[in-house]
Design a protein around this ligand. Sequence first.
Ligand SMILES: *Cc1c(COP(=O)(O)O)cnc(C)c1O
Length: 434
Amino acid sequence: MNTKTILIQGGYSPKNGEPLKVPIAQSTSYKYETSEQMANLFALKESGYFYSRLANPTCDSVAAKIAQLEGGVASVLTASGQTATFFACFNIAEAGSHIICMADVYGGTHNLLEHTFRKMGVETTFVPTNDLGALEDAFRKNTKLVFGETLANPTLNVLDIEAVADIAHEHGVPLIVDNTFATPINCRPFKWGADIIVHSTTKYMEGHGVATGGVIIDSGKFDWSKYPRRYACLVDKDPSYHGLSYTESFGEGAYITKIVAQLMRDFGACQKPQDAFYLGLGLQTLDLRMKQHNDSAEEISLFLSELPEVSWVKYPKHSFDEANHHLANKYLNGCSGVISFALNGTKEQVSTFLSSLKVVAIATHVADSHSMVLHPALHTHSQLTDEELELAGVPKDLIRLSIGLEDAEDIKADIIQALRIAFPQKSNSDDVQL
Ligand SMILES: *Cc1c(COP(=O)(O)O)cnc(C)c1O
């Protein structure tokens, strides 16, 4: 099946007389006729649903659709993108482990790895994105994985997936990629050697800003049993799960089965069937929406680059983003709807500009149908020190603008009217043709 067909039909094949659309299985539990059947489920002799913390038909259908989209072999929905990153890493990096992460990942991922994982006995080294020398030097005997973002939030650096995956594989560890900003419409990380993908489905995938969620997808390509000591957690018998070895019993499904059987069981951060339903609905239009986001952001980033009040603009599609332009051409079909830029003004002027926008909303969110703006140094990344901001490549003046599905002309007009209020003495932008 091709992408647009998977978006509509993937993951759900109704039988005769069943609902054509994925129904919401709003039920915690599942009924069985005999005591033996229930016993067989618990003994893993039969597969079936028994409790929605572990598996739910609505969530499973949507997870299967996403696995098909990314070209993976198994997947699981989670309560949020944060849970997806947490489970994806903690599944193979237990106390005493080491993680290597690109420095400019999402602020929440940085906090999780730098602070919370440290409390659980896992250390993370952050390396400048795409600095392959620094990446080589960061490996330790106990390194379990490399983590990066296809299109980093908010620096918009494009991960050199193939080069980073090659180095990770030389060291016998998988590359986990957060593909939230690109979505499978703009990038297919598995094609370039990534082993595991995570998404915050809260963003473009659901797309309308009504449900938080996450997903983890396994390509099934990383051979855990080749490194039985490093990934003993997947290869050795698990006393908390019927004394089974995940790799022996589940093969390609080992990694995702362990997430469900251990982490979902013990932490319980499952996605809710109602939210999975919204996600499935959003996915139906993902291809149409991403093309619109790509086109509008491409146009508006060019428009911003010509305004005198704007000091710099970053959008990897354009050749003015020298560092990323070639990587974007290689890895991305489009660069999604997020633009980073800065204004030539005082802090007060920037504040006035943000507060004067009317079509574009100030919101701690990105990547959905509504246009939104945020100042990371003041908002999302405010827990980071100046030094950490610099390492994360987040300039103090960076404004993150997420272009929604409104008419691009209305967004441009909104930017111009807000600039007139923030920069009353400048008149050059009055000449801009809308
Ligand atoms: C938002 C986001 C997350 C976290 O997802 P939540 O659904 O908010 O928990 C992770 N990675 C990226 C790139 C994000 O933009």
